[in-house]
Design a protein around this ligand. Structure first.
Ligand code: C2E
Ligand code: MG
Ligand code: MG
Length: 643
């Protein structure tokens, strides 16, 4: 009776799992069908076993009752034999190793199962697997071992695929797979040691519950706004597909003007629109999976058999977006920037793929635009540069160069600007103009900024530097460093370590449109000023500046942008603007550092207008430390001689 009790529990548990699973889930993946099949299998095995036990326990095991017992025994064996192969297939689908395989692979894998099942079905004719003797006692047949070999084989296959592709799935998924596997094996062993204890099926149904709550629970992977998969699901899927060597396409659709409609439609309406688009994309191709990686993004992963399938999907999407979307009485016209990437042929980095889908192009171009192949090169370059930055930080291969700044009134070198340099083994020299924005986007700027700051402090405390009589060093500070709360603390800590004071450093910030409006930044600057740091405004004259803003911020130096100076060579209007600006700033009591001075004519022009500090190739390019010392010593010698 204990048998029946355990088996009933097994049935109740596995059947409840089936109901819960079906009511909560839309079956989208082969993996889910396999899981359902496993659950049904355990339930059927349990029922068959209950019936068979019941009959066995009743005294009259003859005639019709006996035939029932025979039939349930066969059903039990047939169902139970498929469990191990189902599990092996399930493992392959979960970690992706079974995706896109040829049919022959599955024929081969499933052939031992087919043989076992044939032997079972024909058992009434052969008695090879089992039979009942004249006392109606169960007797094992001569070929029953085939079932054990088959089960062993599939367990081995499962272990192989779980170990070989363990990196393709998350730690939690691996744990759940192994949990199911080990629990089942323990159940089998216990039952083998004591056949009275019918715990095998029970163990299977309990561990199935575990799998259902982990692997098959996708709540955390669904974007609640659009009801498609979210960004973490996208990352997981890429890892899984890359690890198992799949070839697939990532098609990202950025609706660049979606934000505009948030002004017209309310929250619920916007959500419905996004859901409508997501649902439409889902319906485009049955093999496509849709993700939402950013508010205005929808991304498709397509495991294609033929590249034409990708082309067709892209043109279907492009065509659809050329048309409007109707919501209630609103006609919504969405711009679409579609990026098509082939993995792993063109891209094989998960972060880069995410970046590809997330990043918005700077300009909101109306209509539909498709980018593929070479048109996506800038993304590849970005990823390469980001890698180079990480490597340089790890291996300490950045360099800091110094460019002298000349005081026109005193004819001496007043200070120098610290400028970072990077030469990568593979990419060669990379200009800070290129890598600083990439560092800002990837968040590496904080670390790079601290690196430069520390090198500068080291430089300042050297005796050779002190001998040069520089008043301070100009250090570039990205506004992103100001947004990270603890930059000031780090600066103070580094300065304390080297014995540097805040008047030995001048921080250069570049003016941007947002600078004037961000309170966080203004208060960060104010706080640093309270600690004695002085600020210079870099690249003044590039478009955003206004004088009242400059006045409110208490800058020590204003650096006049080199672009305007170079324009002044050829354009009268630029020359007038430049000289007027210099004069005004000087009258307001601030220093003007003119950067980019390359010729005597340029020098005369800006000095004539009143610029009191000059930086440029006319004096020197930015130089590595040693060369900078040499230059400065020469300069000091010559100016003494010329006095
Ligand atoms: P910036 O701060 O405006 O620096 C001045 C840039 O003009 C430097 O370019 C310098 O080499 C260049 N320059 C100076 N005089 C002349 C000249 O006479 N002719 C020409 N053709 N160029 C001249 P660089 O070193 O390539 O730096 C570019 C930008 O990268 C910098 O512009 C700055 O915004 C950024 N940067 C450089 N180092 C750092 C750093 O350590 N931190 C941060 N956040 N940004 C940095
Ligand atoms: Mg600068
Ligand atoms: Mg500048």
């Amino acid at each position: 009776m204990v048998d029946v009790a355990i088996l009933s529990c097994t049935f109740i548990l596995s059947f409840s799992c089936i109901v819960y699973f079906l009511s909560n889930k839309q079956l989208q993946k082969v993996q889910s069908y396999l899981f359902l099949a496993i659950m049904i299998n355990v339930s059927v095995s349990a029922v068959a076993d209950i019936v068979s036990n019941y009959i066995e326990n009743s005294l009259v095991a003859t005639g019709a009752l006996f035939r029932w017992q025979y039939a349930t025994q066969i059903i039990f064996f047939v169902a139970h034999t498929t469990l191990a192969p189902l599990y092996a297939l399930y493992v392959m689908m979960v970690n992706g190793s079974g995706l896109n395989r040829k049919n022959s692979f599955f024929y081969l894998i499933l052939s031992p199962l087919v043989i076992s099942e044939l032997l079972l079905i024909t058992n009434p004719l052969t008695n090879w697997m089992f039979y009942y003797d004249k006392h109606a006692d169960f007797v094992r047949g001569p070929y029953e071992f085939v079932l054990y070999i088959t089960a062993g084989l599939y367990l081995f296959i499962s272990i192989y695929f779980m170990v070989r592709y363990r990196k393709a799935v998350s730690r939690e998924t691996n744990i759940a797979l192994w949990y199911f596997f080990s629990f089942t094996i323990i159940g089998i062993i216990v039952q083998m040691l004591n056949s009275e204890l019918k715990v095998e099926l029970f163990a299977e149904s309990v561990s199935m519950l575990g799998v259902m709550l982990t692997i098959e629970n996708e709540d955390a992977l669904i974007d609640s706004g659009s009801l498609v998969y979210n960004r973490s699901a996208f990352t997981n899927e890429n890892v899984r597909l890359l690890c198992t060597g799949q070839h697939y396409a990532v098609i990202s659709v950025n609706m660049t003007n979606l934000r505009f409609y948030t002004r017209i439609l309310d929250y619920n309406a916007m959500r419905d629109v996004v859901r409508m688009i997501a649902a439409w994309l889902r319906g485009c191709n049955k093999n496509a999976r849709v993700y939402r990686n950013a508010t205005n993004n929808m991304t498709i992963i397509l495991l294609y058999k033929n590249e034409k399938e990708v082309d067709a999907l892209v043109s279907t999407i492009a065509d659809r977006f050329r048309d409007t979307w109707t919501y209630g009485r609103s006609e919504i016209e969405l711009n679409a920037e579609i990026r098509v990437a082939f993995v792993p042929e063109e891209f094989k980095d998960v972060n880069l793929l995410t970046e590809l889908t997330e990043s918005n192009s700077d300009i909101e171009t109306p209509g539909v635009r498709v980018f593929r192949g070479d048109e996506l090169d800038s993304f590849k370059r970005k990823a390469q540069v980001e890698e180079a930055l990480k490597k340089a930080l790890e291996e300490d291969t950045f360099q800091v160069y110094y460019q002298p700044i000349w005081n026109a009134e005193k004819n001496r070198m007043e200070s120098a600007e610290a400028l970072i340099r990077l030469t990568d083994e593979e990419l060669g020299f990379i200009s800070p103009e290129e890598f600083i924005p990439i560092a800002e986007q990837s968040g590496l700027i904080t670390e790079i900024g601290l690196y430069v700051f520390e090198k500068v402090c080291q430089f300042i405390t050297k005796e050779r530097t002190k001998a040069l009589g520089l008043k301070y060093i100009e250090v570039n500070l990205s506004i992103f460093q100001l947004l990270v709360g603890n930059t000031l603390e780090h600066f103070l800590e580094i300065m304390k370590r080297y014995g540097v004071t805040s008047d030995q450093i001048n921080l250069e910030i570049t003016e941007t449109g947002s600078l004037a409006t961000s309170n966080t930044m203004i208060s960060a600057i104010n706080e640093m000023q309270e600690w004695g740091f002085k600020f210079s405004l870099d690249d003044y004259g590039t478009g955003y500046s206004n004088l009242s803003y400059i006045m409110s911020m208490d800058f020590l130096n204003i650096k006049s942008d080199k672009g305007l100076l170079w324009d002044a060579d050829t354009r009268e209007s630029s020359s007038i603007m430049l000289t007027d600006t210099i004069k005004t700033i000087r009258r307001l009591g601030m220093n003007v550092i003119q950067e980019g001075v390359e010729t005597k004519e340029q020098l005369d022009l800006v000095v004539g207008a009143g610029a009191n500090l000059i930086q440029g190739y006319y004096f020197s390019k930015p130089l590595p430390e040693e060369a900078f010392y040499d230059y400065m010593v020469d300069f000091i010698k010559n100016s003494i001689l010329n006095r």
